[in-house]
Design a protein around this ligand. Sequence first.
Ligand code: AMP
Length: 402
Amino acid sequence: MWTLVLNCGSSSVKFALLQAESGETALLGLAERLGGPEARLVLTRGGQKTESAHPDVSYAGVFTLLLSELERLGLREQVGVVGHRVVHGGEKFSAPALIDAAVLESIRACIPLAPLHNPANLAGIEAAQQAFPELPQVAVFDTAFHQTLPPVAYRYAVPEAWYSGYGVRRYGFHGTSHAYVAQQAARMLGRPLAELNLVTAHLGNGCSVAAVSGGKSLDTSMGLTPLEGLVMGTRSGDVDPNLHEYLARQAGLSLEEVTDALNRHSGLTGLSGLSGDMRQLEEAAAQGHAGAVLAVEVFVYRLAKSVAAMSVALPTLDALVFTGGIGENSAGVRAKVLGRLGLLGFSLDEAANDAAVRGGAGHIGRPGSTPALVVGTNEELMIAREAARLLDSVRPAAGGQA
Ligand code: AMP
């Protein structure tokens, strides 16, 4: 049985057709700029990429293209389940859910918490239900893994009525990735996950760290929304909560303008004045670009500070795990971060660090130091596994009723 994994954004759909057990992947797809004149679909099969233009194609149109591709591959009948990435599940979902009307309603109820992401996820689910009406569909939530946070980690020091009335608390995101790399790290360390205390650092365009003890998340850097915490590509991470009012008074900016700037024009982009792309910034920094040097240094400093803060949630620290585009590829960022964390027993093996690039998981610490690992994340595979596991758990019950 193949699993179709879908990640639907506001103007893009990413999909993967894979085997949950082995991870064998038959098809990868990215449909971008949906609804616009430059809409395009990039398909990867057997390592070969093909790109086609589909001006003004809609969600529904993408699923028609996907269906015909599945038929062409002769795999249409072998897809057994569709797994969806859903960004915000609020306090309602601590595990994946088989999608029905009540689950859709609960995802809808979380829209105020993720106004950009959840509507896109819902639109994708509805289009997928129309395209694959006979298949079970499973929602896998970015927030679910962090539902094990204790109140000491998830409560903000604000009036209680904001929590009970409006759900103002820390939720955390990137849960699928943190959970996956924690499992992989246990394999690499040759120890059961149940015994391990890890700090996992997901560093992509969005960045977050998590404290993972015995496979459970105990703290994480993102909060009510994915804006809190680390410096990111275009997101500020933590700022003084008085910033909105200060800028409204001093610069005449509206709430929306400040929120937009904090989400889309801050982080590495805002600091460097150049780019939110770490690779480009490292190249510019090497040429002496002052903004790029500052952006990389602030990124690293705040990340190291956050790793140290996360370790407070753990009884011991068995390893730090780097993942995501930056974590998997930037030997420079990893070296600088570990250089600031000697206090926690880290010491870099430079050659191993330089050798660890995308796909190449490895140990980058010196023997005798606190282990530091590079692990390739695979959210699609994790979603496929979660969807398959959920389906296995409900199938015998359905059979029993028949
Ligand atoms: P992701 O969202 O996981 O695809 O990660 C995107 C981020 O990874 C961007 O900031 C990229 O610049 C960064 N990245 C990808 N490859 C490299 C590399 N070789 N060196 C430094 N950063 C990289």
